[in-house]
Design a protein. Sequence first.
Length: 241
Amino acid sequence: MSEQPSGLFQNQLLADLSEEAYQRLRPDLKLQHMRLGKVLYEPLEPIAKAYFPVTALLSWISLLEDGTLTEIALVGNEGMTGLPIIWGGSSTPNSAIVQFPGDVMILEAEPLLEEFNRGDELNKLVFRYMQAIFTQVAQNAMCNRQHTTEERLARWLLSVQDSVQQDELTLTHEFVAKMLGIRRSSVTVSAGILQQAGMIRYTRGRLSILDRPRLEDTACECYRVVQSEYHRLLGSRSHHS
């Protein structure tokens, strides 16, 4: 049995529940620390648990047969993974991994479905979250085809920062390249441009965001579209400025 973390670090979907609804779920919620790169579920594997990030950041990943992967969506403490449990499909051809280490609240499928099927608060919150995350997925699909690597990198860094609420991120060029579905050399060039302009500083796998306003100006419109929709639907994903 776990307490919902208090203060800044909490999962917003769970925090937005009434005390009565939260207490129904509380005996089944387990707080667990997740290491970087941990796979939460594999493609087509039955999904038995939902993960509600607290301080961790999760990635919804599409994986090709040759091992190439691309990030479909980011999941921070505004949301959850494990939606196929609710949809009734039980699995998905995609996977989910831990992109930034930290804590998550874990809920087994049965109590999640029981509370969701009440048609009450959790039901409404999850439906709004589904609309928000599908906006992110759709915008990412367009962004990958239409915008420059520099614009996409700026957008992605801003989104990661919004989710983890830290100005210094542990990231390698190789990892970022995988998430964006591009070559490592392209990330190196684009990161160099952003660093030369004074927006970021990158040394030995640690990236610091130095000038957020200019990074926002550099990012493509997709960042603002997605952030606006998350804020409208969930009141979340705004930076700690």
